[in-house]
Design a protein around this ligand. Structure first.
Ligand code: ZN
Length: 230
């Protein structure tokens, strides 16, 4: 059984195949249940891996501090960004520098970075597919609608897709519903909305449209701090 917990914005804790993974760990974002890393560390005494999709502050989040607090945690990202964050965290030996499309094999886990239509300064922006326990989870990162999502759907058959719906910087609801059509996951979790006024969106509107257009996909609307198992 895998467990996925949303901490608001694009931050998730994924527990799968014995790994405790923090994705785009802006743990202390304005909607997060955690106001500081101190309280987070109490709930999560161990973390094994950080995955960061691109170098914007709301996605790198607390990565550097997490590397300092968790001496065993590794950082996976595109080549330039993984090395940069690891160096900032004083742990150059804990970088897993990767690149788009190349499966990274870890113990019982595989991660594949995917393209994203977005911007970034250090390395390219990405999404990521994490595969463990024969289940694939796709975190789209920040992106506009991407034709490659059809290939991601065909190749990895994600059980869960985590898609931004907030608009302005990423897909809005209309684009994200199309993304669900391309990906055809069993579950979709909307993210990257409601953190700030500029990315306000109604997840129930998204859920309604997905029900109409892709009835085989179930929308899981989480509140920050909530989790689900699959
Ligand atoms: Zn961004």
């Amino acid at each position: 059984m895998a467990r996925l917990r949303w901490l608001g914005h694009a931050a998730f804790i994924l527990e799968i195949a014995g790994w405790r993974i923090a994705i785009d760990p802006w743990i202390t974002n304005p909607t997060s249940p955690y106001r500081s890393l101190d309280t987070f560390v109490k709930d999560y005494p161990e973390l094994d891996l950080i995955i960061v999709t691109h170098d914007h502050g709301d996605h790198v989040g607390d990565s550097v501090e997490i590397l300092k607090r968790y001496p065993k945690a590794k950082i996976a990202a595109l080549y330039e960004l993984a090395n940069h964050i690891a160096k900032e965290g004083g742990a150059p030996d804990r970088a897993i520098p990767a690149n788009i499309g190349g499966p990274v094999r870890l113990d019982g886990l595989e991660i594949v970075f995917t393209p994203a239509h977005h911007s970034s300064t250090i390395g390219d922006p990405s999404g990521v597919v994490v595969v463990g326990e024969d289940k694939a989870i796709y975190h789209a990162g920040d992106t506009g609608l991407l034709a490659e999502m059809q290939l991601i759907g065909e190749l990895y058959k994600p059980v869960v897709a985590l898609l931004p719906i907030g608009g302005h910087f990423t897909m809005g609801i209309k684009e994200a519903v199309k993304a669900v059509e391309l990906l055809r996951p069993k579950y979709v979790v909307p993210m990257h909305y409601g953190t700030f006024d500029v990315i306000k969106a109604d997840p129930n509107e998204f859920a309604k449209l997905v029900r109409e257009r892709v009835p085989e996909t179930q929308v899981i609307v989480l509140k920050p701090g909530e989790y689900f198992e699959f």
